[in-house]
Write a protein of this length. Structure first.
Length: 69
């Protein structure tokens, strides 16, 4: 009985954590999109790609998105 209760609590805790992770990801994506990120269309060569990447990284910094996310 104790094992079943422990397993049930562990399952609830895992499900809660999963919901929290999803909610955090949704907040980050919403914040990112609200910054009107530039689109990269693949033209312009490496210099254009580098500028696009810098703009994207600047947005992530502005919304305080951790590197691992």
């Amino acid at each position: 009985a104790v094992t079943a209760q422990t397993n049930a609590k562990t399952q609830r805790d895992m499900e809660k954590r999963e919901r929290e992770v999803i909610a955090a990801g949704t907040r980050v994506l919403t914040s990112f999109n609200s910054q009107s990120p530039p689109k990269f269309h693949g033209d312009g060569g490496p210099a254009a790609a580098d500028l696009w990447l810098q703009a994207i990284e600047k947005i992530f910094g502005a919304i305080h998105c951790p590197e691992e996310e």
